[in-house]
Design a protein around this ligand. Structure first.
Ligand code: ATP
Ligand code: MG
Length: 453
């Protein structure tokens, strides 16, 4: 049951629906086989039995028949996600992609067991009235194309190298002298976050303490520090300092006392102008990162932190990748429900994966959760790969501007999908108001969740 839970956490970071989490992944997964359909039976030849079993457990024969190629790609992505039991390790660095087209004729050996468990208790979300504020237009100009500021860490480097590099970029002083740790805010796959008092400045800060020895992909942490250290933007969680303490790394950041946007989307009902406000702030961060040649690759409500003043900041830079101009990547990364179709189908992808994820996050702000959260994980991946723009709850209640905004974010065709710069000019963002309009939502979510920091 423990493994089952960790897989579900991996997929959503939300409450697990255990009835859907009965699949265990094979221990050793390689992708070096060639799948082709049997010309007589239509069955997939070359897929290990266990794989075929997993596929036919999650998907209907119609699914498999209609989109066999996407089903197999979704399965490979599913295995890659399950391989490392941590959201920080959803991808294999520079793993080659093998696209083996397979024909439509496919007859899976087992009957369908696709499960759907609806029950999304949206009704418990609270409507919070707030004043109508107007805000000055702070939209960005057009994207000034990408510049590579740093080279990506060599994935082959060993942990000694990583520790050496880490020490080099960290503050050599003893953080215990400067910071007084107090409450634990929460813990994630890579470590635990505490609030602390900075005795020098008198400010409260957040400290993420990471046991480096327990990190399978240490270069990701290095990546996170480098990105956080290199950039300063009002919509990114600001990095203050980093220290190596024994085997632990302390990352000192500004404290965002409003908690993650996830708390707001799950516990309150957001109005369009509040959604537009969050979208605008997050887009400013995405635009900034893209303009520096960085793709975030894990945009979702859990990675948007709110200040108690309503400020909106993007965090979790471990997945970030450099891109140069139109350079495309093929590594599988992100959290499945927010993944762009081109990532699930393991095609080359670029900066616009962040725009798709933003569209999914906008759906979270409408519905409290991303599409397919109630589906079995593999089926969710399959649906992302085959559905295009997902069905959006209460679509007819949304303004034309919001509908169009969602449409531009959730284009399956990457070329048709808008860039961050284009979206910042979108009429929907004219509805954005001052970020302080988010304060009532933050307070309500904290009250319901008993989470005041
Ligand atoms: P991962 O290790 O994949 O990042 P995670 O995102 O679940 O997993 P952390 O990033 O370690 O975990 O964060 C743990 C908790 O601390 C989360 O609830 C997060 O919202 C909170 N948190 C993280 N950074 C800050 C911050 N600067 N201010 C306030 N809370 C924070
Ligand atoms: Mg995190």
């Amino acid at each position: 049951m423990k493994a089952v839970k960790s897989i579900s956490k991996l997929f959503s970071g939300r409450k697990p629906d255990e009835s859907n989490m009965v699949i265990s992944s094979p221990g050793q997964v390689t992708h070096n086989f060639h799948v082709h359909p049997d010309p007589e039976t239509g069955a997939l030849i070359g897929l290990p039995d266990q794989w075929m079993k997993i596929l036919s457990n999650a998907l209907t024969p119609e699914d498999l028949k209609k989109n066999p190629e996407q089903a197999v790609q979704a399965l490979k992505t599913f295995f890659q996600v399950n391989k490392h039991q941590s959201p920080k390790h959803l991808y294999d660095e520079e793993q080659p992609v093998e696209d083996q087209p397979i024909s439509e004729e496919l007859k899976p050996p087992l009957p369908p067991k696709a499960q759907k468990d609806p029950v999304t208790d949206v009704s418990r979300r609270v409507e919070v009235p707030s004043p109508k504020d107007k805000v000055e237009d702070t939209r960005h100009g057009p994207n000034t194309n990408t510049t590579v500021l740093r080279k990506r860490g060599d994935p082959s480097q060993n942990s000694e190298d990583v520790m050496t590099q880490m020490r080099r970029i960290c503050n050599p002083n003893d953080p215990n002298k400067r910071f007084e740790k107090s409450k634990e805010v929460g813990s994630g796959a890579s470590g635990t976050v505490y609030t602390a008092l900075d005795k020098e400045s008198g400010n409260r800060v957040a400290i993420k303490e990471i046991d480096v020895t327990k990190q399978p992909k240490k270069e990701l942490i290095l990546n996170e520090i480098k990105v956080m250290k290199g950039f300063n933007h009002k919509n990114l969680v600001n990095f203050l300092d980093a220290y190596v303490v024994g085997d632990h790394l302390w990352v000192v950041m500004e404290l965002l006392q409003g908690g993650p946007l996830t708390d707001v989307v799950t516990e309150t009902v957001m109005r369009e102008e509040q959604i537009a406000t969050v979208c605008k702030e997050v887009l400013q961060a995405i635009h900034f990162l893209h303009s520096k040649g960085i793709i975030h690759r894990d945009i979702k409500s859990d990675n948007v932190l709110l200040g108690i003043d309503g400020s909106v900041k993007v965090t979790d830079f471990g997945f970030c990748a450099n891109v140069q101009g139109d350079e495309k990547r093929t590594t599988m990364v992100g959290t499945p429900y927010w993944m762009a179709p081109e990532v699930v189908t393991r095609k080359q992808y670029g900066a616009k994966v962040d725009i798709w994820s933003l569209g999914i996050m906008a759906i979270e702000m409408i519905a409290g959760e991303p599409p397919y959260l109630q589906e079995a994980p593999l089926r969710a991946l399959y649906l992302i790969a085959t559905t295009g723009r997902p069905e959006i709850p209460d679509w007819h209640k949304l303004s034309r501007e919001f509908q169009d905004f969602l449409d531009r974010c959730l284009q399956e065709s990457v070329d048709a999908r808008f860039s961050a710069a284009q979206l910042l000019e979108h009429p929907f963002l004219k509805k954005a108001v001052a970020t302080r309009s988010l304060i009532p939502l933050i307070k309500e979510a904290q009250r319901v969740l008993h989470k005041e920091i």
